[in-house]
Design a protein. Structure first.
Length: 114
């Protein structure tokens, strides 16, 4: 059974940093690309970042380019999202997803506020 469990969210001041983690189980993690999404109140869920199965290629939404970095550790079955220079508009629930599937984590709340 596929499980994705996000962690690392919290309250941070504008300009601060957070590192999100998504621990995967129930499938061969190293064989799948992974996504990070986010959903702000009253808005649709949006794709934030993608990383290929081997970690050699990444892609980002324009709104986070240069500030966020997606990475993975296939030995630990974990994908990460390093978020720097956070802005109030980054406030959302962040989810990881196995790319191309309907497997999602439960989400972790990120709030950027002074």
């Amino acid at each position: 059974q596929v499980h994705l469990v996000e962690s690392g969210g919290g309250l941070v001041q504008p300009g601060g940093s957070l590192r999100l983690s998504c621990a995967a189980s129930g499938f061969t993690f190293s064989s799948y690309a992974m996504n990070w999404y986010r959903q702000a109140p009253g808005k649709e869920r949006e794709l934030v970042a993608t990383i290929t199965a081997g970690g050699g290629s990444t892609d980002y939404a324009d709104s986070v380019k240069g500030r966020f970095t997606i990475s993975r550790d296939n030995a630990k079955d974990t994908v990460y999202l390093q978020m720097n220079i956070l802005k109030p508009e980054d406030t959302a629930v962040y989810y990881c997803r196995r790319r191309g599937s309907n497997y999602w984590g439960q989400g972790t709340q990120v709030t950027v506020s002074s």
